[in-house]
Each structure stands twice: as structure tokens, then as C-alpha cells.
Design a protein around this ligand. Structure first.
Ligand SMILES: Cc1cc2nc3c(=O)[nH]c(=O)nc-3n(C[C@H](O)[C@H](O)[C@H](O)COP(=O)(O)OP(=O)(O)OC[C@H]3O[C@@H](n4cnc5c(N)ncnc54)[C@H](O)[C@@H]3O)c2cc1C
Length: 467
């Protein structure tokens, strides 16, 4: 069936270029419904959000009406119980046909939902929130990045939590948080209440909006104008049941819930942005003609070559993401989050970590590179606002720099490939002895003695503090 757009054949790539064989009948029907919602609601709001820096709350309300805010929430908790393939498709569709900022908000919302569904069972507060998420349009977000540690979001150096009689006293400053000041709830990660210097000892907490100081309306950036990312401050006491999981569960939460969903939905969102660039550029080059030759821009072989390469890059990135989503479904009883009830230590999603990072890199690189190519293919007209490419070019860059940035991701995957997973020193704990000895070897005897004296004083200090 040809893809339709308001009663007409879609102006972009037709559905023979969509990997529809990954989707069930039900998921294909949902996608058609969502494309129509994008045409009528999300896309007009994307243009409005970009022009006026407005938060696209109306788009999120429309998604909630389709039951998409709780897409991965188990059916027994009132959600859609959708699998990874379906969730990926939804993110890609929102970004491609609708609004990239909404896709990014959706992605951070889903990261937060993943953190909750992972440890929902037995926690009445979390179960209640998840069961109302679509009915009440409760948008969440994940506030992870500490200002001091940049994009290393798993390393909250200055945030902390401690046990108090009423529950937990949590202090957190986050440099960036999508939906800052607009979200209805937040999850955040700090070092654990019993923290003793090991930065892998992390805990996750849930906050309602009145407990968080966000910064609505401050987002002033190149693109993604609707996402309204901004600093967040938390300094509050919350009840005991607002810990997600238990003290020290944060690293597992990252590996098993937050990272897999984040990387997969990065892929959905940014493959969608890249495809949107190809779609709007196709619309232009197939309509714009040069009178002197009687040819359209699309008739030039060089332009066909640019589109061919763009489509091939798109499909490589999408197939990577969909194959990964299918693998995650196969490993989790078709996307179940109930597997942790019987076995809280189960880590089937984490086994795909290196694939997850690869898909983030591929999709965000694809979006950025293809946006530039498509702008060039459209010439001066592509530079104008009304074609919508200019907005997509600006929006496309965010994925590359979002955590883990593509520089960090490539180095991480490379190190993993060369030396194995254990070589990755997430929390800067492993001593690189060859480097250390090499540096010490550069010192003369007096220099070495200075270091010895310093270390001896440090050890004496530790001994005295123990007495
Ligand atoms: C639109 C948008 C929305 C966001 N939303 C959220 C959100 O909802 N929640 C949240 O927690 N965060 C969010 N962030 C933050 C984001 O995930 C990153 O943490 C942030 O962009 C990092 O920016 P920085 O300037 O601190 O980069 P830095 O970490 O300071 O990096 C600067 C440069 O150094 C490079 N670099 C850093 N470390 C290394 C390394 N080890 N090796 C090689 N190169 C390195 C980077 O690649 C980059 O080029 C958002 C960011 C954006 C742009």
C-alpha cells in the first residue's frame, strides 16, 4: 500500500524503503495512525516550537491519547506492553513525520520510564505513576548529567544522597535536562546514601515536579528548540519508597534499563531526523526544474548519486537498530519488564551494550551527515526556512554531542573491541601502571624522593585518622 499524506501519496521515500518486515500488523496499523497524527498535529507544532521556542506539550498530550507515553509499561499496569521493535518504530515515526524536539522529549521520557519499569514491582508509588501515565499525560525525564563531569552521565561526582528519618535527602545539580521545568516527574541518579568513595555505587530516585527546581524557558540553542533542556536543582527530602530499586542499584539500572532504551531511542529519533531530511529534499528536487535544460534537479546524475548514498546510509543505520531491537525482544520474552520479578539480577538487555552504543553512533552520525548532504542537494532553496531542511539540519546535530558523545562512544567501542569489556574504566578506578612507571622514570632521584615523601605523608595521615 502506498504511503499516504493527507489523501495524497507521500512526498518522500515510499514504503518500499521501510523495513516493514520487522513490524507486526498491529504495529503497522499504529504507525499509519501515528503518521496521520504527525501530519495533523505534531508537524505544525514542530514549526511553531522551532520559531517560538515553545515546549510542545500539545504533541505529548496527543501521544498520550494514543497510549504512547506508557508504551513499554506492562499491560498489567495499564500500559501498552509494547516490545523494543515497536518502541523504536514510534520514536522514528515521531521524528521523521512529526517533530524532532518531541522525539527527543519522548526519548528522555522513555529512558525515565525504563528506569521505573525495571524496578516497579512492589513499589506502590511507582506502579501508581506508571498506571496513570497516559490517562493524565504525565511526562517524565531523566536528569543525570552533573555539570562537573560533562557527558559522562554515569559519573555523578558532586551529587549525593543520604538516609534521614523521613526517607532520603537528595542533592543534585544537573547541567542539562530535557523538559526542565515542564516535566511532571523526574528520575535522577546520585552516589548512594552509604557512599564511601566508589563512584560505581549509585542510586536512582523518583521526584515529582514540585520537588525539583527546573529552568523552563531558558533553552537558547542551535536546534531542538522545543526540547527545552536546562539545568535542574534538587535539594529535598523524599519518602523512603521514592528510591527506585535499592541503594547501590544505579549501575545495574544504567546497564539494564537506561542505556539500552536510550541508545535504541537515539537511533529511532535520529534515523527519523535523517529520513525526514531525505524526504523533504526529495520533495524539492523532484519538483524544482531548470527551464534552460527542461530538467528537474533530481534528473542530474550527481544528485541521484547523493540520494543513493543517503538512502544506503539510512538503511544501514536503520537495519542495525531494528536488528538490535529484535535481538532485545528475543532476549526478553518479547520486551517484557516482568522478568526481574523472579530474578532481580537478570541482565539480558545489558548483554547487548556494545551493540547499543554502536547504534547510537551510527544513527546520530547518519542524521548529521545526511542533513548536510540534503541541504546541498537543494541548493539555495534548502537554506530557506520554508523548506524545513534548515530546521532539520540544526536539530540533527544534537544527537552527536549528546551523551555519550560520538567521540566518547567510538573510543569506548574501540577499546572494548581491542581489549575486552573489562578494560573500560567507567569510573576512573583502574591504575595504568605502565604509564605511571613511564612517568616516574622521567624523574631524577630528588623528584622520586618528593613523590615518595608525598605518598608517605598521605599514608601516615590515613593511619592517624584510623586511630
Ligand atoms: C538537546 C540536548 C538535550 C539534553 N538532554 C539531557 C537530558 O535530558 N538529561 C541529561 O542528563 N543530559 C542531557 N543532555 C546533556 C548531554 O547528554 C551531554 O551531557 C552534554 O551535551 C555534554 O555537553 P558538555 O558541554 O558537558 O560536553 P563535554 O562532556 O564537556 O564534552 C566536550 C567535548 O569533549 C569530548 N570528550 C569528552 N570526554 C571525552 C573523552 N573521554 N574522550 C574523547 N573526547 C571526549 C566530547 O566528545 C566533546 O566533543 C542534553 C544535551 C543536549 C544538547
Amino acid at each position: 500500500m502506498a504511503k499516504m499524506w493527507g489523501g495524497e501519496p507521500y512526498y518522500g521515500l515510499d514504503d518500499e524503503f521501510d523495513p516493514h518486515w520487522f513490524l507486526t500488523e498491529e504495529q503497522s496499523a499504529l504507525q499509519r495512525e501515528l503518521i496521520e497524527l504527525c501530519r495533523t498535529v505534531l508537524r505544525p507544532n514542530a514549526i511553531e516550537s522551532d520559531r517560538n521556542n515553545t515546549y510542545p506539550r500539545a504533541n505529548l498530550e496527543a501521544l498520550a491519547k494514543l497510549g504512547l507515553l506508557g508504551i513499554i509499561v506492562p499491560k498489567s499496569l495499564g500500559g501498552r506492553g509494547e516490545n523494543h521493535v515497536g518502541t523504536l518504530m514510534v520514536a522514528e515515526t515521531i521524528a521523521r513525520y512529526g517533530c524532532p524536539s518531541t522525539a527527543l522529549i519522548y526519548m528522555m521520557h522513555m529512558v525515565a520510564v525504563a528506569g521505573l519499569v525495571y524496578r516497579a514491582r512492589g513499589n506502590a508509588e511507582i506502579e501508581s505513576l506508571l498506571s496513570r501515565i497516559d490517562k493524565e499525560c504525565l511526562v517524565g525525564t531523566a536528569s543525570y548529567t552533573d555539570p562537573e563531569t560533562g557527558g559522562h552521565f554515569w559519573y555523578p561526582k558532586t551529587s549525593s544522597s543520604r538516609r534521614v528519618p523521613e526517607g532520603w535527602h537528595v542533592q543534585k545539580t544537573a547541567a542539562w535536562t530535557t523538559s526542565s521545568g515542564y516535566a511532571d516527574w523526574y528520575i535522577s541518579q546520585t552516589t548512594s546514601p552509604d557512599f564511601a568513595g566508589d563512584y560505581s555505587d549509585l542510586s536512582v530516585f523518583l521526584f515529582h515536579k514540585q520537588e525539583v527546581k527546573g529552568s523552563p524557558g531558558h533553552w537558547n540553542a542551535m536546534g531542538m528548540h522545543g526540547n527545552q533542556s536546562g539545568p535542574v536543582e534538587i535539594d529535598t527530602v523524599i519518602p523512603a519508597n521514592r528510591i527506585v530499586g535499592w541503594p547501590g542499584d544505579g549501575a545495574a539500572s544504567n546497564d539494564e534499563a537506561v542505556d539500552p532504551l536510550a541508545m535504541l531511542l537515539y537511533a529511532g529519533a535520529y534515523n527519523g531526523v535523517g529520513l525526514a531530511c531525505i524526504d523533504v529534499a526529495k520533495r524539492h528536487v523532484t519538483r524544482r526544474a531548470h527551464a534552460q535544460y527542461g530538467r528537474r534537479v533530481a534528473d542530474y546524475p550527481t544528485i541521484q548519486d547523493v540520494f543513493g548514498r543517503a538512502i544506503i546510509d539510512a538503511q544501514a543505520s536503520r537495519l542495525h537498530a531494528y536488528a538490535l531491537a529484535r535481538a532485545l525482544d528475543d532476549a526478553t520474552e518479547n520486551g517484557s519488564w516482568d522478568i526481574y520479578i523472579d530474578d532481580p539480577k537478570a541482565m539480558p538487555r545489558a548483554k547487548f551494550a556494545s551493540w547499543c552504543f554502536q547504534t547510537k553512533f551510527l544513527s546520530t552520525r547518519f542524521a548529521f551527515e545526511v542533513s548536510d548532504k540534503m541541504l546541498q542537494a537543494c541548493g539555495g532553496r534548502g537554506y530557506m526556512r520554508d523548506l524545513e531542511l534548515e530546521r532539520l539540519v540544526r536539530d540533527s546535530k544534537a544527537g552527536w554531542i549528546m551523551a555519550p558523545s560520538n567521540e566518547v562512544t567510538a573510543q569506548l567501542v574501540g577499546k572494548w573491541g581491542l581489549f575486552g569489556a573489562d578494560a573500560i574504566d567507567w569510573w576512573n578506578q583502574k591504575v595504568d601502571e605502565p604509564v605511571l612507571m613511564n612517568e616516574l622514570g622521567k624523574l631524577d632521584a630528588a623528584g622520586k624522593q618528593r613523590i615518595i615523601d608525598r605518598l608517605a605523608a598521605e599514608l601516615r595521615g590515613k593511619e592517624e585518622s584510623l586511630l
